[in-house]
Every structure is written in C-alpha cells, then in structure tokens.
Design a binder for this molecule. Structure first.
Ligand code: ZN
Length: 287
C-alpha cells in the first residue's frame, strides 16, 4: 500500500468540492498553489469558463486530470434517446480536449428524472436496459476517441433520480457483458461514499482488477446524514474504513490518483484554501 503521510502526490480534487468558492480557473489556481497535482472537473464548471479556456488553464497550471464529470443519464423516452446519445458524445469530446484519463458515467435513473420531460415510469428494469444499451453505443464512439468510460455505481438512495446501477457487482456485470474480452476502454469509478456499506465490496474490488478500476473517489459518510446529496463528510469525520478500502483497491492493482469529492454545504461555506489544506492533511493522515 502506498505511503501517503509524507506528501500528496497522488491527491486529486474533484472541483465540485469547491464549486461555491470559485470558478474553475480560480480552483485550478488554488490547487496549483497548494501543489495538488490533479483535478477532476465538472461539465458545468467547464462550460461556465469555456472549454478552450479551461483546457488552457489546466495545461498552464501543469495539472493532470483524474477524470471528467460526467456523462450518462442514458434513460429517456424513446424519442429523446438521440438527445442523450449526442449529449454523451459531446461530453466525451470535451474529455478528450481536456486530456482526461476517463469519462465518468452517472448512468441515470428513471427516465423522468434522468432526462426531465420524459414520461413518468416506475419500470426500473427498463431503465437499466436503456442504460446498458446507452453505454454499449457510447463505448464504440469512446473507443474511437481512445477515451475510457468509467461507470460509477451510486448508493441506492439515488436509484430513482440519478443512477439505477447501485453496486460494484452490477457495474462490473455491465462491463463484462459489454466488454467480455476485456479489450479495455470500459471500467468503473469506485466512490467510497456510494459503496462502503456493500457486504460484497472486497470481493468485487478484487474482481475488478487494475484494468477495470479507472478512478477512486473519497469523502466520508456522516451519521446522521442530514441531506442525501449535499452532506458528504471530510475524510476522517465519518464511518468509512478509508484505509481498509484503499488497501484493497491497491491490492487489486490500482495506482492512480485518490480524488476527493465532497458535496457539502458545510465545506462550501469554508474558505477555499482552508478546504484544500484540510483535504491535504486528511489525505496524509486517514486516507
Ligand atoms: Zn464520485
């Protein structure tokens, strides 16, 4: 297991962690000043400053990327599937322009939430089938662009509105069906917030192996959790066995960045440098 106490050379900051403090260029500057080597930006933050300016700022700051957030939301009314496809292709093209190592996929839940305006449905099995079709179609395009796709399973509380792929096993089953020969270009983003509770977690991490583990996201699970979306904890403030999970991820062969992704009204209310200093300190001491 890699030693993290002496420096933070494998730390990445998911830029949603600082979305209320600054725009993307400001976040890039702050990360560069803190000698944080990588970020993972969100599409809306890139769009707000412009794709070319964002790509230039990343390059000028000498930052690497640990992912691009996000594609997905594949489930939609049939007449809107083309819209979902085109939107995902744009996301993938942006990831290429930015030099991301993968496009993270939040796959979508029921169509009316995944693509608002779609007709109400209670058929989660149908949504899951659309997700599988959507990823399969995008995979061909992604391989052409040499941009890997990282399916991020989300905690089951988000099954209706954000992602109906909710366990690592489910995500890896999709990978195995869509990429049976392990040609590459398809894997998972493991976010501890979503999967820490899963009794199959250790076995599924081992099953994934290095070629399917494309990204590793950390934060913590607070008890009580006051908001299902925006009350994630700083590493060390909650109940997730971060060291244990990282040891398993690394034993499976993962050697990439550890990306801090915290959606939190509390942390959005703190000065940006203080948040980054805390991320660095916790990365060294508890991640
Ligand atoms: Zn994540």
């Amino acid at each position: 297991m890699r030693e993290f106490s002496g420096d933070h050379r494998f730390l990445s900051i998911n830029t949603a962690t600082l979305r209320k403090q600054a725009d993307l260029v400001g976040i890039i500057d702050a990360c560069a000043r803190a000698e944080i080597p990588a970020i993972s930006p969100w599409r809306d933050q890139v769009a707000a400053v412009g794709l070319d300016r964002a790509a230039r700022a990343v390059k000028d700051a000498g930052l690497a990327l640990s992912g691009y957030c996000r594609g997905g939301m594949f489930s939609a009314d049939p007449e809107r599937l083309a819209e979902a496809r085109d939107d995902n292709r744009r996301a993938l093209d942006e990831a290429v322009t930015l030099g991301a190592p993968c496009l993270v996929l939040v796959v979508g839940g029921l169509p009316q939430f995944s693509r608002p305006g779609s007709r109400p449905s209670r058929d989660i099995a149908a949504a899951r089938a659309m997700v599988e079709d959507g990823i399969g179609a995008l995979l061909d395009y992604a391989r052409g662009a040499q941009m890997p796709l990282a399916i991020e399973p989300l905690h089951p509380v988000y099954a209706a509105d954000r992602a109906c792929v909710n366990t690592l096993a489910h995500a890896l089953d999709l990978c195995d069906r869509l990429d049976p020969d392990r040609r590459g270009g398809l894997g998972i983003a493991l976010d501890v917030y979503h999967v820490w509770w899963d009794p199959e977690l250790s076995a599924q991490i081992a099953r994934a192996g290095a070629d399917r583990l494309l990204a590793y996201h950390v934060c913590d699970w607070l008890v009580p959790t006051r908001d299902l979306l925006n009350d994630r904890g700083m590493m060390g403030d909650g109940v997730i066995a971060l060291r244990q999970i990282r040891s398993e991820v690394e034993a499976a062969g993962y050697q990439g960045f550890v990306e801090v992704e915290i959606f939190s009204e509390d942390w959005w209310g703190q000065p940006m440098n203080q948040v980054l200093e805390t991320c660095i300190a916790r990365y060294r001491s508890v991640v």
